[in-house]
Design a protein around this ligand. Structure first.
Ligand code: NAD
Length: 415
């Protein structure tokens, strides 16, 4: 498949403008949300491509989500942050048409069709719940919830919204959208790796290395009881399960708090109750074994999500910091596969927006996630779109890790 065909593929709505999403009702506000008229944005309908978004949270992820919405041909209609001043200051950078004082105000806006929750973790459940109650589609950042109960509730509410009027609820497990991740998944699926026997890896960062490094994630009241695992271990496990098709069924974990005290921005030293690192060992329902190291205190490692899958025929390894390549190891000869929409599987080519040699990266993953969300809103859910069910899965894994750390024994992972 050629790169420009693929780019077109990602941009093109599955249904033509004016077509109603199957299952949508024909009365009231629901019709306005689930129909995308042929009108241009300034005529009050959904944009011809993309959608009308409201962004809750104007930090790092608020910016990434807003860029993805606009790249996809959508509009960032409104933004809310911790207060109006922050939202106003951020709005021009996000390309937001207006800044509002509160999440409530944003959710009441009939021009907002899709709400992106990009706030600290403790707000995900109340904000995603309120967004679904307001009749919106929702893209809620990970972790979907800081406990299993919250994630169960949101997954149920999302299923009800989908059944009622085809609404979409997505959790950005964004690394799924690297073309070479799709290539690895395709090669496993086609049997080229053979029977998968070992799956190991790591997710290493260093931004919390020093005791002078601090962030809301360190506080369990804002970030949740699990920090390193809840924040980035969730991405590792999602990538593992997504590429192999296996599910982790049992695990044993240890954690370390390397900095038991941290000095906040206000200069006050506080005790740390969340972990800096987790190591785990696990078994999958497909009979594979594996280990993982998850750390936010590994000097020099910035965002090194690494996954290696070994089977009876070959090994595949993917490094998120080198996302243009996938290493394929074989007994007789090994090679580095390079992203190339002309040469790789259709599954990988779909996420290659640029020709080979023109590097893609993290923001491209988000652009693709938003494009697939738009496609799902138009009635056809693309393969691999991460949903609230996947957010619930991550919450169950985080709970199992926490239980094993506390008990020191192997824990079965349910559902
Ligand atoms: N999927 C990914 O790859 C990825 C990467 C980084 C972060 N995240 C997730 O994104 C979320 C945000 O992380 P971040 O790094 O952008 O944080 P951040 O600290 O940079 O930004 C948080 C924003 O939330 C705003 N906020 C606080 N209270 C609010 C409220 N009541 N209503 C609206 N906005 C409010 C703040 O003003 C700030 O703008 C986290 O849940 C994090 O886990 C996901």
């Amino acid at each position: 498949m050629r790169a420009d065909d693929v780019a077109q593929d990602l941009r093109t709505p599955v249904l033509e403008p004016g077509v109603r999403v199957p299952g949508a009702t024909t009365t009231g506000a629901t019709t306005a949300r689930t129909t995308f008229p042929a009108s241009a944005p300034d005529q009050g309908g959904l944009p011809a491509a993309g959608y009308r978004a409201g962004i809750l949270g104007a930090g790092f992820m608020g910016g990434v989500h807003a860029r993805a919405v606009r790249t996809g041909g959508g509009r960032v209609v409104s933004v809310a942050a911790a207060d109006l001043e922050i939202a106003r200051a951020a709005a021009p950078g996000l390309g937001a048409e207006r800044a509002v004082a509160s999440a409530e105000e944003l959710l009441a806006d009939p021009e907002v069709d899709v709400v992106h929750v990009c706030t600290p973790n403790h707000l995900h459940v109340p904000l995603a719940r309120a967004a679904l109650a307001a009749g919106k589609h929702v893209v809620c950042e990970k972790p979907l919830a800081t406990d299993v109960e919250g994630a169960v509730e949101l997954a149920r509410l999302a299923a009800e919204a989908r059944a009622a009027d085809g609404r979409v609820a997505v959790v950005p497990f964004t690394y799924r959208f690297h073309a070479m991740v799709r290539e690895a998944r395709e090669r496993v699926r086609r049997g080229e790796v053979g029977t998968v026997s070992l799956v190991h890896g790591s997710y290493l960062q260093d931004w919390l290395l020093r005791d002078s490094d601090d962030n809301w994630r360190v506080d369990p009241a804002l970030g949740g009881a699990s920090r390193a695992f809840g924040d980035i271990g969730s991405h590792f496990c999602d990538l593992l399960e997504f590429t192999t098709g296996h599910r982790i069924v049992r695990l044993v974990a240890q954690s370390a708090t390397v900095n038991p005290h941290r000095r906040g921005a206000d200069g006050v030293v506080h005790e740390v109750a969340t972990e800096d690192a987790v190591t785990l060992q696990y078994a999958t329902d497909g009979g594979a074994l594996g280990t993982a190291v998850i750390s936010q205190v590994s000097a020099g490692r910035k965002n090194r999500l690494y996954l290696e899958i070994s089977g009876t025929e070959s090994t595949l390894s993917f490094d998120q910091e080198q996302p243009e390549t996938l290493w394929e190891g074989r007994r007789d000869a090994s090679r580095l596969l390079v992203r190339d929409p002309e040469a790789l599987s259709a599954a990988a080519a779909r996420y290659s927006r640029l020709p080979a040699g023109h590097a893609q990266g993290y923001q491209d993953c988000f652009d693709a996630l938003v494009a697939d969300t738009a496609t799902a809103i138009r009635g056809s859910v693309p393969d691999g779109l991460p949903t609230f069910e996947d957010g619930l899965r991550a919450a169950r894994l985080a709970a199992a890790v926490g239980e094993s750390v506390r008990s020191g024994v192997w824990v079965e992972v349910t559902a």
